[in-house]
Design a protein around this ligand. Sequence first.
Ligand code: NAD
Ligand code: WQD
Length: 338
Amino acid sequence: MAKILVTGGAGYIGSHTTLLLLEAGYEVVVIDNLSNSSLESLRRVEQITDKRVTFYKVDLREENKINDIFTEHEIESVVHFAGLKAVGESTEIPLDYYEQNVYGTLSLLKVMERNNCFNIVFSSSATVYGDPASVPITEDFPISATNPYGRTKLFIEEILRDLSVSNDKWRIVLLRYFNPIGAHESGLIGEDPQGIPNNLMPFVSQVAVGKRDKLSVFGNDYDTVDGTGVRDYIHVVDLSDAHVKSVEKIKEFEGVSTFNLGTGNGYSVLQMIDAFIKETGKPVPFSIEPRRPGDIAECWADASLANQKLDWKAERGLSEMIKDTWRWQNQNPNGYDN
Ligand code: NAD
Ligand code: WQD
C-alpha cells in the first residue's frame, strides 16, 4: 500500500487523520517538531489501530533532513498540516508565522519536487474568506486575509497555484476547514491546547471540567439569531475522513482543487453552550464581554462541491461533536500530560 507523509501528524487534526489513514490501510510517515503537540497522541493512535506509525521529530524548515526522509521512503502523497495556527499570536509574532508556515511549506515543496512527489493535500482555512458578503460560502467567493495567520494560508494557496502552472504533474488539494471540534469516539485522542484555549469549544469543555471559572462570550450584538457569533462546527473525524478521500482521489484531479469542509449548518455561541449543557449535564457559567477584534458575525459552508467531487459529506451532528469533545476532556482533564 502507498506511503503517505503527514506533516504535523502529532497535532489535533493530524493525529485523527493519521488514525483514519492507517485504518484505510495506508502506511503513514509522520514528521512533526512537537512544538504544539505530544508524541503520546501517536502512541494512542497506535493503540487504537494496533498499527505502527513511522515518526520523525523534525522541523519543516530542515530541508536536508526532510530530503533524507523522502530518500528513505517512497512517498506517494503528502498531507500537510504542520504550521502555527493561533490568530491572536500571529499579530504579535508575524515573522514566526511567515517563517514556519510559508518558508516551512516552501522547504517541503522543494523536497517534494526534487523527489518526484507531486501530490499534496493542504490544510487551508475558512479564514481565507475574510468577512464574507453572504452565507453559505462557496469556493468561488473572493479571498482575503485579516491577520498574519490568515495571510500565510492565502500566500500558501497562491504559491501552490503558481506551482501547478509550472508543472502539470502537480495534483494539489486545498481543503478549507470551517470550525473543527470533537474527538475520536474512543476518548483517547483529542485537542490538547497549550495554555489558555483560543477557540470556543476547548474553552467550554475546560470550564465544564473545572479547569477554568467561566467562559467569556465575545459579543452579543451581532446581527445573528441571538446576537452571538455563528459558525459551522465540524466533527474532526468527518474532517479527517475528507483527507482520506482526497488522498484516494488526488490522482484523478488535475492542477489545484479547492473544497470547503463544513456541515452547512451554523450555530451561535449561546446555542453551543445550551447544547453542551444538555449533552453533558455540566454547568457552563459565562458572561457577555465585548466583541473580540477581528471576529465576524457569521460563517458557514456550502460544502456541496466536496460532496460531488470527493464523495464526502459530514456525517456527525452537533450532539456527537459535543459528546465526543466531552468524553476526551473528561477522560483526559490535563490532555496528554497525565
Ligand atoms: P495543531 O497545532 O494541533 O497541529 C499542528 C502540528 O504541526 C503540531 O503537532 C505542531 O507541533 C506541528 N508543527 C508546527 N510547526 C511545525 C514545523 N515548523 N515543523 C514541523 N512541525 C510543526 O493544529 P491543528 O488544529 O491540528 O491544525 C492543523 C492544520 O490545520 C494547521 O495548518 C492549521 O492552520 C489548519 N487549520 C486548523 C483549524 C483549527 O481550527 N484547528 C482550522 C483551519 C485550519
Ligand atoms: C467561535 C465563536 C467567537 C472563544 C478560529 C480562527 C479560524 C480557524 C478556526 C484556523 C466566535 C466565540 C470564542 C471564547 C467566544 N482556525 N468565542 N468565547 O474565531 O470562528 O475561528 O478558529 O484556521 O481561522 O479564526 O473560532 O472557536 O475561536 O470562535 O465567545 O472564549 O466563539 O467570538 O463567535 P473562529 P473560535
